[in-house]
Design a protein around this ligand. Structure first.
Ligand SMILES: Nc1nc2c(ncn2[C@@H]2O[C@H](COP(=O)(O)OP(=O)(O)OP(=O)(O)O)[C@@H](O)[C@H]2O)c(=O)[nH]1
Ligand SMILES: [Mg+2]
Length: 230
């Protein structure tokens, strides 16, 4: 019965996914895993642009600021032939929306921390604000991805390595044992955008997190029956 429920869920998921992204994903596609991914970072760093490029193949030079939160989805076939649906939550970076985004963080299997590699204040803000902001709401097995966007505009490549090292170190102090990855991307050129989400999907399949759905998702521990007769 449980098995049947999971199959029905996968079928419904595949249908919704094809509607959300506009991709011609077959409705017969069976999803092996569905996970929530949250994307945070300062306003203007390119969160929406990265997601749009990944899900719609589109890039707008004048992207509008996100208000509250938007949700998109992307289905990826991994190297082990598993279909992983990423439900991607795009949050607003503007300060006036930050308290709203807190409530969206819970239940994320992966978190993308985006900064603009030409604006190192946005990297410092990951350290000073965003890491702490999400820390208390996330599970230990959440994957953390530090994303340097707008790589197409970068003049001095040498600055990036120490920034990644500093951010990774600071994230490790907050969440020892966390799975942390670093990516340099360009939403504008499409550089590393597919690789970024494919890498997340592979990692999730290899180690399905607590907050996930589908045939690969870990089962909740069975409730042991009390032997007490009262
Ligand atoms: N050159 C270049 N510009 C980019 C890139 N990514 C985003 N942009 C531009 O940066 C601006 C901000 O991008 P958004 O995607 O709206 O940024 P955001 O992080 O979603 O901003 P908020 O929704 O306000 O938090 C837009 O004008 C984009 O066109 C990139 O890789 N290269
Ligand atoms: Mg946005």
């Amino acid at each position: 019965m449980n098995f049947l429920k999971k199959r029905l869920f996968a079928f419904a998921g595949a249908f919704i996914c094809s509607v959300c992204t506009g991709f011609s994903v077959s409705s017969a596609l069976e999803l092996d895993l569905t996970c929530k991914v949250i994307v945070v970072g300062d306003a203007g760093t390119g969160k929406t642009s990265i997601i749009k490029k990944a899900t719609q193949g589109e890039f707008l030079l004048e992207e509008r600021p996100t208000i509250g939160v938007d949700i998109a989805s992307l289905t990826i076939k991994t190297s082990s032939e598993k279909n992983v649906k990423l439900q991607i939550w795009d949050t607003a970076g503007q300060e006036r929306f930050r308290s709203i985004s807190t409530s969206y963080i819970r239940g994320s299997a992966a978190t993308l921390f985006v900064f603009d590699c030409n604006n190192l204040d946005s990297a410092a803000n990951l350290q000073q604000y965003w890491f702490e902001h999400v820390r208390q709401h996330l599970d230990e097995d959440c994957i953390f991805v530090i994303v340097a966007n707008k790589f197409d505009l970068l003049q001095n490549y040498d600055v990036l390595t120490p920034v990644f090292e500093r951010l990774e170190g600071s994230l490790r102090d907050i969440k020892p044992g966390a799975k942390i990855k670093c990516f340099e991307v360009s939403a504008c050129f499409g550089l590393n955008i597919d690789a970024l989400f494919e890498d997340i999907a592979e990692a999730l399949v290899n180690s399905p997190p607590v907050y996930s759905f589908g045939v690969l998702a870990p089962r909740a521990p069975e409730k042991t029956q009390s032997k007490c007769s009262c």
